[in-house]
Design a protein around this ligand. Structure first.
Ligand code: UT7
Length: 337
């Protein structure tokens, strides 16, 4: 928890990728007992993207990464480190090494970071530590998730929420510092509110010479929506206030608020609690739903691409989700001279 820096951290460029296939609320209403009216009014979601079976999370992560690399005028071999924030990796030993190979970043170390919807923000802070200690110069941070493969498509309380996507940012060592402060939190006692649990299959337990051999599988994503909602609306504003204080700023200084895109009502409630005008809040949830670790970098890329962020703007980014985890960082956008 610091607000000072030995070396500056600069967000050089961003990228994003979503699958072409869009599933609208109307289509979902033919699968489960729901309606466009219920989903729109309770969540703000109109459609979400779903990855076809021939493609993997690496395809999405690769496209988002290459866009960020190209926009930053870098070569893949310029990267020193890749951090892949995901909770839906295609290899439990880690998928970041597959991404490293896919983009040809031959000099980069690579690892996964699993923290669900807070994954991108925790990865961004992790990357900044490597830069501030002088260890690395160019770091690729990717948030990618394909929770469409982990939800129960017959459970209307969860399947309507999630979509697939990836977003990426290049974090670079610089003489100016963009990252003004951060705050990360975890409340492990509430882990059961949102989880994808591994369960041992009782029929598959075999005891041989007192050695237990067992095998199991992952269950579907489970969420206590009401509790997660209450947690987000109470903890996120507090986290933002603490972060602003660390950076000697107030809510009036905020140019843009980019929250994890979980529910339009959560975004509005957080902005209202902090008296931040709704037009400073970035929302694209209607198009993509909740893309977990990808939601913040996809939104960040959208505002960069649209040229909404100007030099000197204060951008507050906050993520929250399973763990339960939450985190905020404050960025001052500096265009390089
Ligand atoms: O990324 C991780 C962070 N995740 C979140 O932040 C999610 C936080 N939670 C939420 O966004 C909301 O709690 C939900 C959108 C998940 C649910 O909204 P809610 O307003 O809390 O609804 P509820 O769970 O209280 O359900 C209200 C009613 C129930 O019916 P009864 O018991 O009142 O008869 C549900 O069975 O709505 C029913 N319901 C639905 N009806 C139509 C639940 N899902 C649906 C549905 N369509 N898809």
């Amino acid at each position: 928890m610091i607000g000072y820096n030995t070396l500056g951290v600069h967000i050089l460029s961003t990228g994003s990728a979503v699958p072409d296939l869009s599933i609208t609320n109307e289509t979902l209403s033919t699968l489960v007992n729901t309606s466009d009216k219920w989903i729109s009014t309770r969540t703000g979601i109109k459609e979400r993207r779903v990855l076809p079976k021939e493609q993997s999370i690496i395809d999405l992560a690769k496209n988002a990464s290459l866009e960020a690399i190209n926009r930053g005028l870098l070569e893949p071999n310029d990267l020193d480190l890749i951090i892949l924030a995901t909770s839906s990796q295609n290899d439990l030993f880690g998928s970041a090494s597959q991404l490293q190979a896919a983009i040809g970043a031959n000099h980069a170390a690579a690892f996964d970071l699993t923290a669900a919807c807070s994954g991108f923000i925790i990865s961004l802070i992790t990357a900044s530590q490597f830069i501030q200690t002088g260890s690395y110069k160019n770091i690729l941070v990717v948030g990618a998730d394909i929770l469409s493969r982990w939800v129960d498509w017959s459970d209307r309380s969860t399947c309507i929420l999630f979509g697939d996507g990836a977003g990426a940012a290049i974090v670079q060592k610089n003489y100016k510092n963009d990252l003004l402060s951060f705050k990360l939190n975890t409340k492990g006692s509430q882990a059961n509110q949102l989880s994808i649990l591994y369960k041992i299959n009782k029929q598959n337990i075999k005891i041989h010479k007192s050695i237990p051999f067992m095998h199991g599988q992952y269950e579907y994503l489970k969420m206590n929506g009401k509790e997660v909602y209450k947690f987000a609306v109470s903890q996120v504003p507090q986290s933002i206030q603490e972060c602003l204080k660390l950076a000697n700023l107030s809510t009036n200084d905020i140019s843009w608020l980019i929250l994890h895109q979980a529910n339009q009502r959560i975004l509005e409630a957080v902005a209202e609690k902090l008296s931040i005008p709704q037009d400073k809040m970035i929302s694209n949830i209607s198009k993509y739903g909740n893309t977990s670790a990808a939601s913040i970098p996809i939104a960040l890329h959208e505002v960069f691409k649209q040229g909404k962020i100007c030099n000197g703007d204060i951008v507050v980014i906050a993520g929250f989700g399973a763990g339960l985890t939450w985190g905020t960082t404050i960025i001052q956008w500096n265009a390089l001279e």
